[in-house]
Every structure is written in C-alpha cells, then in structure tokens.
Design a protein around this ligand. Structure first.
Ligand SMILES: [Zn+2]
Length: 115
C-alpha cells in the first residue's frame, strides 16, 4: 500500500501546482478583459479557466480525503460497502475510496442530481 500513498502525495503536489497555474490563468484572463478586445472570447476563456480550477479543487479534495483515509486501518476498503478494493484499482486511481460497484452508484447519483 506504500506505493499508493506515495502516488497520492505526488498527485496532490501536482494538483497544487496546477491549481496555482489555473489561478494565474484566471488572473490573466481578467487582465486581458480590461483591454479592448474580443469580449465573448474572454468570457469563454474565463469560463474554461473557472471550470479547470473547479475540477482541480475537487481533485485536491478527493486526494486529501484519500490521503487522510490512508492513515486509517480501513484504507483499501470501500467506504460505502466495506469490500476490499483491489490494489490494482488503487494504483490506477489513487484517490479512489470505494469499489467499482459503489463508484458506479455514486456516479449515477451525481448524474441524477446534476440533471
Ligand atoms: Zn463498495
């Protein structure tokens, strides 16, 4: 499980860097917005930068959550049904805290609420 924890830490570091970049990008868009220019293009850029920042922030929260959980003896077991999560899955998706079956239930629920 050690390698899962180290890849979590590495991913978290990368995500922090990307968040900084996304924030800088967002600031740039605002600076450009004061120029005479393509206003709809700027609005589009701003939306994209905000979406990226939102996605990265969610990723950061997921990674921090998984890292926190990695300190618990329950690490490696599904948060929802307690089944053991295969190590292959943990290595492929270090931020995951539930099994494939529960993940698809969660995603279906999210789609339901998003719709
Ligand atoms: Zn499960």
């Amino acid at each position: 499980m050690e390698s899962v924890v180290s890849s979590l830490k590495r991913e978290l570091e990368i995500t922090f860097n990307r968040i900084d970049l996304a924030k800088a990008e967002l600031k740039n868009v605002d600076l450009n917005a004061t120029d005479e220019g393509d206003q709809s293009g700027i609005a589009e850029q701003r939306l994209q930068a905000e979406a990226t920042l939102k996605r990265l922030t969610k990723r950061k929260i997921d990674l921090e959550h998984a890292l926190e959980r990695s300190k618990s003896p329950l690490f490696g077991n599904c948060e929802d049904c307690d089944a053991e999560i295969p190590e292959k899955r943990l290595l492929a998706f270090p931020s995951t805290t539930c099994c494939v079956a529960c993940q698809s239930v969660r995603e279906a629920r999210q789609r339901h609420y998003a719709a």
